[in-house]
Design a protein around this ligand. Sequence first.
Ligand code: SAH
Ligand code: F3S
Length: 438
Amino acid sequence: MAKTYWVETYGCQMNVSDSELMEGVLAADGYSQVSTPEEADVILINTCAIREHAERRVLGRVAELNRVKKRRPETLIGVCGCMAQRLGTQLIQQAQHVDMVIGPDAYRSLPQLIDQASRSAAAVVDVDLNPAENYEGLELRRKSRVSAWIPIQRGCNYRCTFCIVPHTRGNEKNRDPRTILREIGRLAQEEGITEFILLGQTVNSYRYGDCDFPGLLQAVARLPGVRRVRYTSPHPNDLTRELVEVMANEPAICPQMHLPVQSGSDEVLKRMARRYTREGYLAKVAMLRELIPNIALSTDIIVGFPGEADADFEQTLDLVSTVRYDDAFTFRYSPREGTPSTRMRDELLVPDHVAQDRLERLITLVRKIAAEKNLSEVGRTTEVLIEKRARRGMLLQGRTDTNKVVLIPGPEEWIGRYVTAVLTGTSGATFTGFPVGS
Ligand code: SAH
Ligand code: F3S
């Protein structure tokens, strides 16, 4: 009988890509996707452990899915990804109806794990980290025909003191550049995909033998059929002049970067073990703007890290005003068990209401700057890669090379095409546009 699956994804882009990998493994084993969890033989939830809030959401969702299992007891529920890795068997105590707990290095054996779970009363747990597993040779089941996320690196060698990722995904491991280039070449030539986003936790620390990140990026940008290349997320420490020169010289590499800063205070950066100073970060931003004047910059910022004083937070606001980011993801510090930041003295803890107040002030500033920058772009004519039909109305949704979302009227056939459009308005965050040629 045909076997069916349903996969849900929480968290970062790496998880979105991992879900494409899981679906690829299932499809290769004869599974097909169904359109509701109620119809599925296997339900997999790909989870995030980065903040407590992310984990609470997943537990809520797992409880909800248990209702499906009550009606259809043969359905198997698997929790995958970083939360599975972090909690292991503990997860079974918190959610007893879970049949499988599968860490990010165990997806290759999904069919065997499912088979095992279907024959066993006890839950099946595989949370072994495998330093050799980089999923070489597996086919992803890609969702988009327009742009492709290409994982080139898994894990992380940094040890930022707030971060659970090195615990849940292990050390950095990089893929062979030859298979990366072959994969992208095939997607461009055979599937007509033109935009590629290279993915890794500190993607620009990539190295494989003699091939470093600037070398790989340049080779990708020069493949026939490749029109847009992006990558995420770079670590400021591994951002070299050589890399920025490659970006400036290769027309296919987009003038856009997500460069996490976390804090504008040297004291806080030090306690976070970010391994750069405020001045060092600002020097990298200056270098980027010197070589790529129109580059769009976004970032990640944490407020309320242990020991963050008012003066430290003011430094963060000041840095945001100095850099003038196009966008920023802002987070309240969330203590993750096992990370060094949780061992800091209690008197260093920032009270909730202070952290919340800082977050709100920061968001207001970020939005104000983004809106000002976007407003100044209205009237500009630019190339938009059309990605899909917009959620509402008869509009299409696409992106500029600077990664800004634009809604424009047009026929569905334009999906996958580059349309020249004039930006007619902005909500502050996204744009409306009108086609002037394609
Ligand atoms: N290097 C990765 C970072 C992954 S985590 C990448 O950029 O691809 C994504 C973001 O979550 C981090 O940049 C950080 O701002 C935030 N984050 C991580 N751990 C956190 C914690 N314990 N509390 C609050 N925010 C956190
Ligand atoms: Fe986390 Fe720092 Fe690595 S934020 S993913 S430990 S670079």
